[in-house]
Design a protein around this ligand. Structure first.
Ligand SMILES: NC(=O)c1ccc[n+]([C@@H]2O[C@H](COP(=O)([O-])OP(=O)(O)OC[C@H]3O[C@@H](n4cnc5c(N)ncnc54)[C@H](O)[C@@H]3O)[C@@H](O)[C@H]2O)c1
Length: 263
């Protein structure tokens, strides 16, 4: 018996990294899964792993920034599973560089995916939640949304916005028995981190920098617990927020960061 038996969860960006970890933890807790990702190939890989846990899994190709794509994905999810109980807005981008002069394209991309995407997908699922008497939304924000970061204004601002959207939706939707919370991950060694060229010395010296060693040093210097976080850590927090045990929790942002940020 899992604490999410009989539930169906839709996870955006479930094809790799943190999203994949969330999918697997939800499935271990008993939930059936809809993997929604712009990257169909990775989504299929996560789905195959999840089916091995004996769960019903559907894959939908979804671009969270495009309303028609989102609506089609939600319709497929409901048609296949008869219900969606949990939406995890995990899809996110960081832009390609860390530098003081952020490229406008990076800024727009972060805003579109990390912030507007949450709103588009949430809006598409909420009418279904209202019809069935409730539901849960968990947004994957970041500790970067708790404070500014030099050279990273576009990402931090989008994640601060994600926390703010979480609070607004929680206030708006509480009366429909819909809980809306956020998880703020800390430092996870995913593909997203590996894209941060500037963080590792810039394009020219990229080859010379041992990215993993730099990452480990950042973890050691910043985490009181002294260890990096994993997609499973984030997945377990999502399982809790999706469960009956969290029925009276809404509008909160839970840091899963080894103690880096304490409020
Ligand atoms: N890695 C970290 O250290 C870290 C820390 C804090 C927060 N986060 C957040 O966690 C989430 C997942 O990050 P990750 O490290 O796994 O990143 P990742 O780049 O490894 O994975 C992101 C996933 O989102 C999907 N995606 C991107 N744009 C999309 C779109 N428009 N529509 C649908 N899917 C899209 C990608 O295909 C990919 O599967 C993001 O929101 C990220 O901001 C990551």
């Amino acid at each position: 018996m899992g604490i999410l038996d009989g539930k169906t969860a839709l996870v955006t960006g479930g094809g790799r990294g943190i999203g994949r970890g969330i999918v697997l933890e939800l499935a271990k807790a008993g939930s059936d899964i809809v993997v929604a990702d712009i990257d169909l190939e990775n989504a299929q890989k996560t789905a195959t792993e999840t089916r091995a846990l004996d769960r019903k899994v559907t894959v939908v190709e979804m671009d969270v920034t495009q309303e028609t794509s989102v609506t089609a994905g939600i319709c497929t999810a409901i048609a296949e599973h008869s219900r969606v109980d949990l939406l995890v807005n995990n899809a996110g981008v960081v832009g390609n560089h860390v530098r003081s002069e952020v490229d406008l394209r990076d800024w727009d991309m972060c805003y579109q995916v990390n912030l507007k995407g949450i709103w588009i997908v949430s809006r598409a699922v909420v009418s279904h939640f209202k019809e069935k008497g409730g539901g849960k939304i968990v947004n994957i924000a970041s500790i970067a949304g708790r404070h500014g970061s030099a050279g990273h204004a576009h990402y931090s601002a989008s994640k601060a916005g994600a926390i703010s959207v979480t609070q607004s939706l929680a206030k708006e939707l509480g009366r429909f028995n819909i809980n809306v919370n956020a998880v703020c991950p800390g430092l996870l060694w995913t593909d997203m981190w590996r894209q941060l060229e500037g963080m590792f010395g810039g394009d020219a010296s990229r080859e010379a920098v041992n990215q993993r060693k730099v990452f480990e040093r950042i973890v050691k210097q910043n985490c009181p617990l002294g260890r990096e976080q994993t997609p499973e850590d984030v997945g377990m927090a999502v399982v809790f927020l999706a469960s009956h045990q969290a029925r009276n929790i809404t509008g909160q942002a839970l840091n899963v960061d080894g103690g880096m940020q304490m409020n």
